[in-house]
Ligand binder design. Structure first.
Ligand code: PMT
Length: 366
């Protein structure tokens, strides 16, 4: 049974949103794939848990025949990396991701900073083969093995979105399709979802012109400025928790901030407002090295990659690590740094913790 509450805040607001904005063309196909995926796991391994991982940034189109759109920084690293650790922890994963953002497994080689061509060479012989360079063999074999295992066992379902409206239509549809899973469903909302958009009724059909004599159009004035009016996107978390998601499922959201002084308070506020299970707070500049778990019992728990094992990050600012802590209350999961120099991914700490919390919720109730 679902947590259907017609009177819950947000439900009517979303009915209106879905009524006024067009559904993505892929919606029914994705819904059918999800139902099949859920059914397959319910029948083949009744104890299997399924995580819905959302990943990457949503776009906000400025025109219906879209040439220009507003976007955000997210490359989908958090989501793609987390999906791999969920699979490692025994979950099946529905990966709702921004089209062309990073994907589990291929992320190790596809990104421009990790160009797959740099991992290969022409074989030094007369057979014209292309081979993986010796120094990368071990890692590539490991990644390939895990990828093929996930494929063979139908453990990974990849579903793309582009706009914020695509994302919301799909989130609702997936959550409802996951209802038969009950408490075995886990929602891990790592996508960077826009808070503002242009509703369909106010959107230009054609490319906005830049000519000075452009007549009409959103905010086009006598000058060449383009003034854009954005409406707020309704907050979906409360509706997800109280209406779309299966009863008893675990719901984890992320809170992103840039100001260390705000992070913990804003994460706490989100948990209180939406009444879900966990908010994972992260700062833009330290997100690859530390996160904070804000739980319903008032906990503030920091997970941190030890200094010696922090991967290099161009946008990262190491001096800010630890600065968002509210010192008097925080707990830490700091690991020994040792002398190991290989980079450690923070998701390798996050996901096992979540799996334990999820087990606890299933065994002892929320
Ligand atoms: O992809 P990477 O480069 O690795 O970056 C990862 C990340 C920083 C994007 C990720 O770790 C992260 O923090 N994701 C959430 C970013 C975000 O949207 O934060 P927020 O503070 O704007 O939103 C907070 C919550 O409200 C989110 O759970 C979001 O799902 C939810 N929300 C957002 C918009 C909306 N209209 N309704 C919502 O309920």
């Amino acid at each position: 049974m679902s947590r259907q509450h017609a009177s819950m805040p947000g439900v009517e607001q979303f009915d209106e949103y879905f009524h006024k904005n067009p559904a993505p063309k892929s919606l029914s196909k994705h819904q059918a794939l999800t139902r099949e995926f859920v059914q397959f796991h319910l029948e083949s391994s009744p104890n299997r848990r399924i995580a819905l991982v959302t990943s990457g940034g949503t776009t906000v189109p400025l025109e219906n025949q879209t040439v220009r759109f507003i976007d955000n920084f997210s490359a989908g690293t958090r989501g793609a990396t987390s999906a791999e650790y969920f699979l490692e922890a025994g979950y099946a994963v529905i990966f709702l991701h921004r089209q062309f953002s990073l994907l589990p497994y291929s992320r190790h080689y596809s990104h421009s900073t990790n160009c797959f061509l740099d991992f290969m060479e022409e074989h030094d012989g007369d057979d014209e083969r292309v081979v993986v360079r010796k120094e990368y063999q071990e890692k590539m074999r490991r990644v390939l093995h895990q990828y093929q295992l996930a494929k063979k066992n139908r453990l990974l379902l990849l579903l793309p979105f582009t706009t914020v409206t695509d994302y919301l239509f799909q989130l609702r549809s997936l959550a409802v399709s996951m209802q038969p899973l009950g408490e075995r469903a886990l929602f891990y909302l790592a996508a960077a979802v826009s808070d503002f958009f242009i509703p369909r009724e106010r959107m230009e059909e054609h490319k906005i012109q830049s000519r000075e004599d452009h007549a009409g159009g959103q905010g086009a004035g006598a000058s060449r400025q383009l003034v854009i009016n954005l409406d707020p996107v309704p907050k979906f978390l409360s509706t997800l928790v109280h209406s779309w998601a299966p009863k008893g499922s675990m719901i984890v959201s992320f809170k992103l901030e840039t100001d260390p002084a705000l992070l913990v308070a804003k994460a706490e506020q989100a948990l209180k407002r939406y009444q879900h299970d966990l908010v994972i707070g992260n700062l833009l500049t330290t997100r690859k090295w530390e996160v904070v778990f804000i739980t319903r019992n008032g906990g503030e728990r920091w997970l941190r990659v030890p200094k010696a094992r922090r991967s290099k990050s161009i946008s990262g600012v190491e001096e800010l690590v630890g600065k968002a802590e509210r010192k008097h209350e925080a707990q830490h999961v700091d690991l020994e740094g040792g002398t190991v120099t290989e980079g450690m991914e923070i998701e390798s700490l996050i996901i096992p913790e979540l799996a334990i919390m999820h087990t606890d919720m299933i065994e002892n109730g929320k």
